[in-house]
Design a protein around this ligand. Structure first.
Ligand SMILES: Nc1nc2c(ncn2[C@@H]2O[C@H](COP(=O)(O)OP(=O)(O)OP(=O)(O)O)[C@@H](O)[C@H]2O)c(=O)[nH]1
Ligand SMILES: [Ca+2]
Length: 499
């Protein structure tokens, strides 16, 4: 007998109940909606950027830098990047003392480039700063009304552009040193992470800065060298000093002036290559507050500048511009200026980099003695050979590398007290992660309050982690939901039984 069970107990399939179907559909829709909303809500928005422009009006030239950062995340570290730089044609603005309007005009081409680079709808909220350094400091000391006229002309020129002009001013030496240090450490992500900081060495045309944090400097000894910061919840007590007149162009003037004391018609200069011979003008040489008190009486109009390429003698000439005789502190660098013991790694930029990179001496793992030997050989190379080897380099730069290299080594070792052991702590750098090392970025970060004093609150989970967890939880819910409906699942109809 074949009994068909299905005929005896007619079971109803619960999935056919409208209520069950509705609940299931709503449940699935709710979970899909939850995942979709979580993913969409947290999807990175299309990037919108903000911009800032800083003009670095240095003694030898002006450069314009454009920075950008994501509009939503002003407070995060390592987010501001240099997107463009423009070198202004011609000399630094302080050279336009006798024709100030030209100082303003000289900036126009780079400002027009900035108009191309910054999106039009951001113009009005893009701050524009001009900071002048040692060239304008010297002009201001020499002739303050001339420096005011230069600033007026520059201001008028900059205000014609559609950016949010925030003013032009001379930075103090302290600011120049401290903002260079901020730039280097910001770009290296050392500030937000509270890591050991890197010291900053900046060599310009008219001044040079040294800035670093030292455990044995709390600011009480020589407080004028102290700058304190609270950044991302960490306190920093920075030592910084700017030596006016110790940029490489002014030191060259001082060295030449020193040598003209002994023979005003002709100088045999060990810092220039054998065979180098040029006629130079006395008034131009002495036209700077760094040397003006040393002009020999009854000096002729011109003097002949002849090279003999001797590194050892050049070191002595360069040393003559430093004064090591007095120190009223526990430690000094030179000219009676306090300096705590050197500490940590250092980044050396601007002319430190230009010069050491040209000389192929930017690798500081080369022992200091070897560096000196290589430089001595370079200085002794005849001038015509140097010209032949570097036909594409400006003669003015080319003539001065022996002098500049000797000055850099003397400044670092005799001036700042780097030794053969600590010399490898220096890195000669131009850029960090695509942004130029220099004071401009630190200056802008400070003026736009972009580095908070306290560490910003960060969400407990990164974006990707958050989305993953929400998705996994939603899937688990879905599975649980489906499993919980198990009693309602259709039973498999049993096979007919044969009795
Ligand atoms: N060899 C070489 N020298 C350069 C270059 N650019 C600038 N210099 C020289 O390096 C020195 C320092 O240049 P900068 O760092 O621009 O100096 P600055 O900002 O004008 O001067 P400060 O106001 O003292 O900071 C000056 O003597 C410049 O003439 C370059 O590309 N190559
Ligand atoms: Ca500079």
């Amino acid at each position: 007998i074949i009994l068909q069970r299905g005929n005896l107990m007619k079971e109803k399939n619960p999935w056919h109940k409208p209520v069950t179907i509705i609940i299931t559909v709503i449940g699935v829709i709710a979970i899909v909606a939850l995942v979709t909303v979580a993913v969409l809500q947290n999807r990175p928005l299309p990037q919108k950027y903000k911009y800032g422009i800083v003009l670095d009006a240095g003694s030898s030239h002006t450069a314009l830098y454009i920075y950008e950062w994501p509009a939503e995340k002003d407070n995060n570290t390592g987010r501001v990047e240099q997107t463009h730089s423009c070198k202004v044609k011609g000399p630094g603005i302080s050279s336009y003392a006798s024709a100030p309007l030209k100082a303003g005009e000289s900036l126009r081409a780079c400002m027009q480039e900035a108009e191309q680079r910054v999106p039009g709808k951001r113009y009005h909220e893009t701050p524009l700063y001009l900071g002048a350094t040692a060239g304008m400091r010297l002009l201001n000391m020499e002739n303050s009304s001339a420096s005011e006229k230069v600033f007026q002309a520059v201001e008028e020129a900059l205000q014609k552009f559609p950016f949010s002009y925030q003013g032009a001013r001379i930075l103090s030496g302290q600011e120049e040193g401290a903002f260079g240090w901020v730039t280097v450490n910001y770009l290296d992500d050392r500030l937000e992470q509270g890591l050991e900081t890197t010291g900053a060495l900046d060599l310009g045309g008219a001044s040079t800065q040294i800035s670093f944090v030292s455990d044995n400097y709390d600011g009480s000894e020589s407080p004028s060298n102290s700058v304190t910061f609270r950044l991302y919840g960490n306190d920093y007590n920075l030592y910084t000093h700017s030596f006016l007149c110790y940029g490489k162009d002014q030191v060259l003037r001082m060295a030449l002036a020193h040598q003209t004391q002994t023979g005003p018609e002709s100088i045999l200069d060990p810092c220039f290559h054998p065979g180098y011979n040029a006629t130079k003008n006395y008034s131009i040489l002495y036209d700077s507050p760094c040397v003006s008190d040393r002009k020999p009486q009854r000096a002729p109009v011109n003097f002949t500048h002849v090279g003999n390429g001797n590194f050892k003698q050049c070191q002595n000439v360069v040393k003559s511009v430093f004064n090591f005789t007095h120190c009223n502190y526990t430690h000094c660098s030179f000219n009676g200026i306090f300096q705590p013991l050197l500490q940590g790694p250092f980044g050396a930029f601007s002319a430190y980099y230009f010069v050491m990179n040209f000389l192929n001496l930017s690798d500081t793992s080369i022992p200091l003695e070897t560096v000196k030997e290589k430089l001595a050989r370079y200085c002794a190379t005849p001038w015509n050979q140097i010209i032949q080897q570097h036909p594409d380099i400006k003669l003015k730069y080319l003539a001065e590398y022996c002098f500049s290299g000797t000055y850099i080594l003397t400044l670092l070792t005799e001036g700042y007290n780097f030794t053969s052991d600590s010399y490898p702590n220096i890195k000669f750098i131009k850029k960090i992660k695509g942004s130029d090392a220099g004071w401009t970025l630190g200056y802008m970060l400070n003026l736009t309050n972009m580095i908070p004093a306290e560490a910003p609150d960060s969400p407990p989970l990164p974006h990707a982690g958050y989305v993953s967890i929400v998705t996994i939880m939603a899937l688990l819910l879905l599975i649980l939901f489906v499993v919980s409906l198990r009693p309602l699942w259709p039973r498999c109809s049993k096979q007919p039984q044969i009795i």
